[in-house]
Design a protein around this ligand. Structure first.
Ligand code: BGC
Ligand code: BGC
Length: 965
């Protein structure tokens, strides 16, 4: 699978993500990528008009319904997007007719998704469609959609003359499905009364959880007279508007939808109608939405300068997190795939507390509080799980949904009718989650100082889960220690292990914290301490037993080697060298099988390293830099970081940054940041990788910003990637907002804003054509000339070249002129045959990366035919300016040509880098005060900042890193 090519097709600016063409192969992946939402709901980026194989979905936080095998899932809600457009009886659809132009764009700053399509129908009618949609962040029960239709041309052979009759059918589709499963019962539908004739509503109810949902919609047509009609097939309420369109006329259809469920109101039908009636115009709604986004970005944005791809990718990940969380409902949390797809069925994992929560805790604490309060409400479910397994207290389920009961499937059902079902042990054995939640509670309190929340909610979470640990710990009298056997650690490749260091140490930390919290409560809020002591049956003796357990929990650590053993016996397993399996496009578990993987020292995701990351702020041994280095050296190469788990890369990036390995840190960071934009694991169609997105924020702030959370507040030790010329973000600490702004002090870091490419020998090899033209001329004139003599002509102007060839032979000026014209004629004739196949290997890729990074490109060539060659090579669209043989008087090595190119780009020469294959060219660039990349043998271009044989396999990031050194 060639995912890289796919990613290249997306274009980035600092705030926008653009899909410049439509590829049906990427349909579902792009539906995920272009998900919009507002925390209350998420809507995948499916097309309004539909498409075969599409997977449209609107998922509302907390709207779960029962389903076999996986217990419960987020029910796909009625589709509010549906807009069928019919022009003189012909339906607009991208799988028919011709797509003349297509562009889809997500504006992260405004929270708006738009799409422009110029389409020719099968009968030859050409129209333009501009779609726009948003899920209001200002009013989370409101959704907006607009389609502007322009009739362009009816000159097709079969097309009817203007005006065209356009019909727009706008529906609320009450038959959404979850991959074939229908969760909804149709209750009722109707038209809106009170003056709005063009309004409809639909009322449905989930089959087993009995959640009632109502959507109401109205449409308005702007730009012409229109008639309205309602059709009410059950569950597919449709409002049709019809109008006539003249040539060139633009008509807008605006659809505004409200949505409520019985989770927010007892009377959703009324609420949806009332709200719809009260809404102002589409334009005002959009404005309020954009202002709400503006306000959110005020505290949540991260600014990266010098690396546009990273900038956009980081913002994209934050956008996806922001649209999955709302401060308004503390009975829901963020699913592992957010509200953007069916993967993991909307279940909630430790991904939320450990990976996602720090972003909210430190930028929007109200949302963090709401997410943690979800776990408080889920305590009853966690108590049921504990008592079911005969433990005390609260044991949080590995996968959670509405109630906090365990919803991890018992086994996965194979599609092959003869294959065995695979038992999923996580529900029974992956127990670390209770400690992970306590960790997030503690971090929230540490960062916010929200004592009242800790008193009323957090303390009970920490204390009741501590009771669970005490009943789960196993006392081993011979070794006089507490153990936890038969567990799965963070690394799920090993399914039943004794004394997983991650779990044991997290439990130890949890008990330490529980003691501290209880003592704090007794001191600060003695009444609440007494209430909890009663409710949770906490006795002084019990607290003493916690203290004892803390001292006696076994952590497999070898002080001599400095290595923490992932679990007892891990080092005895068969070793592995992951490079033996490259290249691959599957996880190691998929390659080796589950049993064999279990027998190997290979990790699905960080385990010991995860522990060292979480214990980063804990000063006590063995969590020193030296221990981190030793364990990194051991475990990082044994971690299946490409296809094992998407939870790996961001954590590895932070640790690599801590260890002073910027290249590894940056590589891992980009892998995490691009996980969905690049679909680099091949499963983005199932939904956004939310844990990775949260990890990306942590990688920037804790990794590159080097932020440590001290008692006094956040403290930074930045280690920016070499190409970053600035990093800015804000953190909230105890109600105050702290701004961080890092600019590398190292002035050698180049701020590259423009690339100037020589043409011959760099982007293409016209040197050969030049040589042949000169050779022909020289032969006709009986002048000695050969390939070797030609070497001296690299980068040299036509006149200078000729003078070198004629040497001491005497020619008049007129003769020289004629010879130059002749040579040029031979050359121009030959370059007519140039095609895009003549672009040298690697050049096209690099040009595309440079453009994507927002860096400008110019050609700086002594050739008078540079423009023709660029056009013939198909590169005209890639360059912003061309400086050629007509541009300046003094040729290279004078700097004039490159200075002219920089000027054309509007750039300071110090911000430009010249790519050249000739010594004269490098000299010219240096004289102009520019950065230089020399191609060819070192002895020819050795004065360049970087010397490369050619551009094959060269990436922008490599060049930037090398220039920084
Ligand atoms: C990972 C878990 C994670 C889950 C949901 C699994 O593949 O191993 O750590 O919680 O995915 O993202
Ligand atoms: C994940 C587990 C999860 C299971 C069932 C696996 O792919 O790694 O964390 O519990 O799926 O959803």
């Amino acid at each position: 699978m060639n995912t890289t090519v796919h990613s290249r097709a997306l274009l980035y600016t600092d705030w926008t993500l653009t899909e410049p063409y439509f590829d049906p192969v990427l349909l579902r992946t792009r539906e995920t990528i272009f998900t919009i939402g507002n925390g209350y709901l998420g809507t995948r980026g499916s097309f309004e008009e539909g498409y075969p194989q599409a997977l449209p979905a609107t998922l509302i936080s907390g709207v779960y319904d029962d389903v076999p095998v996986i217990y419960t899932e987020l029910a796909n809600c009625p589709d509010w997007l549906s807009l069928v457009i019919i022009i003189n009886g012909e339906r607009f659809r991208l799988d028919r007719g011709d797509i003349l132009h297509y562009e889809r764009q997500l504006d992260l700053h405004a929270g708006v998704l738009s799409r422009f399509v110029r389409w020719r129908s099968p009968t030859g009618k050409t129209l333009e469609f501009r779609f726009e949609r948003f899920a209001s962040l200002a009013d989370r029960h409101m959704l907006g959609l607009r389609c502007q239709i322009t009739s362009i041309d009816g000159s097709g052979r079969l097309a009817e003359p203007f005006p065209w009759k356009i019909e727009v059918q706008s529906s609320l589709n009450g038959y959404p499905e979850n991959q074939g499963f229908d969760h909804w019962e149709q209750l009722d539908q109707g038209e809106l009364e009170q003056g709005i004739e063009q309004g409809i509503w639909l009322q449905v109810c989930t089959r087993t959880s009995h959640i009632e949902l109502v959507m109401a919609a109205k449409i308005a047509v702007i730009g012409t007279e229109a008639s309205f009609q309602v059709a009410s097939p059950p569950g597919y309420h449709t409002l049709t508007t019809t109008f006539m369109a003249a040539a060139g006329q633009t008509i807008s259809v605006e659809k505004v939808v409200t949505v409520f469920t019985s989770q927010e109101t007892e009377r959703p039908v009324q609420a949806a109608q009332d709200k719809l009636l009260a809404l102002p115009s589409y334009a005002l709604l959009l404005k309020a939405h954009q202002q709400a986004w503006e306000a959110v970005w005020q505290h949540s944005d991260i600014v990266i300068e010098g690396d546009r791809m990273a900038q956009l990718a980081v913002r994209y990940n934050l956008f996806q997190l922001i649209i999955s969380a709302s401060p308004q409902n503390d009975r829901v949390s963020i699913p592992a795939k957010t509200l953007s797809g069916f993967g993991y069925r909307g279940h909630i994992f430790w991904d939320t507390e450990i990976f996602i929560l720090p972003f909210f805790t430190l930028t929007q604490p109200a949302i963090a509080r709401s997410l943690l309060t979800y776990r408080y409400h889920a305590l009853e479910g966690a108590r049921r799980k504990a008592s079911h397994s005969r433990y005390q207290g609260a044991m949080f389920p590995w996968e959670s949904a509405a109630t906090g009961d365990e919803v991890t499937p018992r086994s996965s059902m194979p599609t092959d009718p003869y294959a065995e079902a695979v038992r999923i042990w996580c529900r029974d054995r992956e127990i670390h989650l209770s400690a992970d939640i306590a960790y997030a509670v503690w971090q929230y309190w540490q960062v916010t100082g929200d004592d009242l929340w800790l008193r009323d909610y957090g303390a009970e979470i920490i204390l009741d889960t501590a009771r669970f640990w005490m009943s789960r710990l196993e006392w081993h009298p011979q070794q006089t220690r507490y153990e936890l056997c038969g567990v799965i650690g963070a690394d799920e490749y090993h399914e039943q292990v004794p004394n997983n260091a991650f779990t044991n140490r997290m439990v130890q930390w949890h008990l330490e914290t529980a003691v501290a919290v209880y003592e704090w409560l007794q001191r600060t809020f003695p009444n609440q301490a007494a209430v909890l002591a009663q409710r949770l049956q906490l006795t002084p003796a019990q607290l003493l037993s916690w203290q004892a357990a803390i001292a006696q929990i076994y952590i497999p650590y070898n002080a001599e080697t400095g290595l923490i053993e992932q679990f007892e016996g891990f080092f005895q397993l068969k070793d592995i060298d992951l490079t033996d399996y490259e290249p691959r496009d599957r996880s190691i578990q998929a390659v080796l099988g589950m049993d064999e993987t279990n027998q190997r020292q290979v990790l699905k995701q960080p385990d010991v390293l995860m522990l060292l990351y979480l214990m980063r702020g804990v000063q006590a041994a063995p969590y020193s830099h030296d221990v981190l280095q030793k364990n990194w050296d051991y475990y990082a190469p044994r971690t299946d970081s490409t296809y094992g788990s998407s939870l790996t890369s961001a954590i590895h990036a932070i640790l690599a940054a801590d260890l002073g390995a910027p290249a590894a840190a940056y590589q891992q960071f980009m892998q995490a940041a691009m996980v969905d934009l690049d679909d680099n694991r091949g499963n983005t169609a199932d939904g956004i990788h939310a844990a990775s997105a949260g990890g990306v924020w942590q990688a920037v702030v804790f990794g590159f910003g080097g932020i440590q959370l001290k008692n006094s507040g956040p403290v930074a030790t930045p280690h920016l990637p070499p190409t970053w010329s600035r990093l800015q973000f804000k953190l909230h600490w105890h109600g105050t907002c702290h701004s961080f702004d890092f600019v590398p002090s190292d002035s050698h870091t180049p701020n590259i804003q423009g690339f100037i490419f020589d043409l011959d020998g760099v982007l293409t090899d016209t040197a050969e054509w030049h040589y042949r033209a000169w050779q022909q001329l020289a032969d006709e004139e009986h002048l000695p000339f050969d390939r070797q003599a030609n070497e001296a002509l690299r980068g040299v102007s036509r006149r200078e070249s000729l003078l070198l060839i004629v040497g001491s032979h005497a020619y008049s000026e007129l003769e020289l002129q004629k010879m130059m014209d002749r040579k040029n004629r031979y050359y121009v004739e030959s370059i007519q045959t140039i095609t895009d196949k003549d672009v040298l290997p690697g050049a096209l890729n690099l040009l595309a990366e440079i453009r994507q990074a927002g860096i400008k490109i110019a050609i700086g060539s002594a050739s008078k035919n540079a423009k023709t060659v660029i056009e013939k090579l198909g590169l005209a669209d890639h360059v912003d300016a061309i400086a050629d043989g007509y541009s300046v008087e003094h040729p290279k090595p004078a700097p004039d040509l490159f200075l002219y190119a920089a000027h054309q780009l509007g750039l300071d020469p110090a911000h430009c880098v010249v790519v050249e294959d000739a010594a004269a060219g490098i000299a010219a660039a240096i004289a102009g005060g520019m950065w230089t990349i020399g191609l060819g043998p070192a002895d020819r271009v050795d004065s360049a900042d970087i010397v490369l044989p050619n551009l094959m396999g060269i990436h922008l990031a490599d060049l930037q890193t090398k220039l920084s050194r």
